[in-house]
Design a protein around this ligand. Structure first.
Ligand SMILES: NC(=O)c1ccc[n+]([C@@H]2O[C@H](COP(=O)([O-])OP(=O)(O)OC[C@H]3O[C@@H](n4cnc5c(N)ncnc54)[C@H](OP(=O)(O)O)[C@@H]3O)[C@@H](O)[C@H]2O)c1
Length: 214
């Protein structure tokens, strides 16, 4: 596998579950919250003991990709230039009536998917939508459970190579990737859609997403 190290922005329920799953797959993990690394010592000892805490603005250093797992209402606090050039996996969702940054509201009002809106803001990054429609409980399930369920996860990207890289990560984490043809198709992975938080195999997930799934 080509993925050796990932960065995770957000060290809450989702970020630490991904960190544990990635560590089980022997992937090196760097993780950042809004707090400085020295203030995350006990939190990480409990929830993601194999991950290394770094400053948020250093998360992309030497990483093969960065996964965005902070609440959407906090996105204005993320340093955009520090993510320039990186493959940025948008795993965020809007939660109920969570307030959004103005630029994201504007994008949604214009009919874009949430990841297209995020790609508009993080314009110097290569945004892929993935890892958002699975709960932290299921992300952290043991490998045998995942394999017996053959759970599928969608990957939406405008770039085939980036989609392939995120698919590799998905497999390493114990899931079956289903590639979607473009970032716009990531709308099907959002809350309220046909597959959100559902445990589905690849054929069923593809069928539910319809023609946008390959
Ligand atoms: N929970 C799930 O099952 C799940 C699954 C898939 C996707 N998601 C999505 O992932 C996102 C996070 O959800 P969550 O449930 O993990 O939330 P959470 O438990 O509230 O954790 C949020 C994390 O974001 C960090 N954060 C906030 N502002 C930040 C900033 N400017 N820079 C770096 N880190 C920052 C917080 O750090 P501090 O604590 O240091 O402030 C905290 O570690 C949401 O968009 C959610 O929809 C969640």
């Amino acid at each position: 596998m080509s993925i050796k190290r990932i960065g995770i922005l957000g060290a809450g329920r989702a970020g630490t579950a991904l960190a544990r799953a990635a560590a089980s797959a022997r992937i090196d993990v760097r993780i950042a919250g809004s707090r400085p690394p020295r203030m995350m010592k006990y939190h990480l000892a409990q929830y993601a003991s194999h991950a290394t805490a770094v400053l948020a603005e250093d998360i992309a250093e030497d990483a093969d990709l960065v996964v965005l797992m902070v609440p959407q209402e906090e996105l204005d606090d993320i340093d955009v230039p520090s993510l320039a050039g990186i493959l940025l996996v948008d795993a965020t969702n809007r939660w109920e009536d969570e307030p959004l940054p103005d630029w994201l509201e504007t994008s949604l009002d214009a009919g874009l998917s949430s990841s297209e809106g995020i790609a508009t803001h993080f314009k110097s990054s290569r945004v892929v939508k993935a890892l958002n429609h699975i709960s932290h409980w299921d992300m952290d399930a043991d490998r045998a459970t995942k394999q017996s369920a053959q759970r599928a996860l969608g990957v939406a990207s405008d770039n085939k190579q980036d989609a392939q890289t995120v698919s590799e990560l998905t497999v390493a984490l114990g899931f079956s990737p289903v590639l979607l043809p473009n970032l716009a198709a990531g709308r099907g992975l959002e809350p309220g859609g046909a597959i959100f938080n559902e445990v589905l195999d690849a054929a069923t997930l593809s069928a539910r997403l319809g023609p946008s799934a390959q």
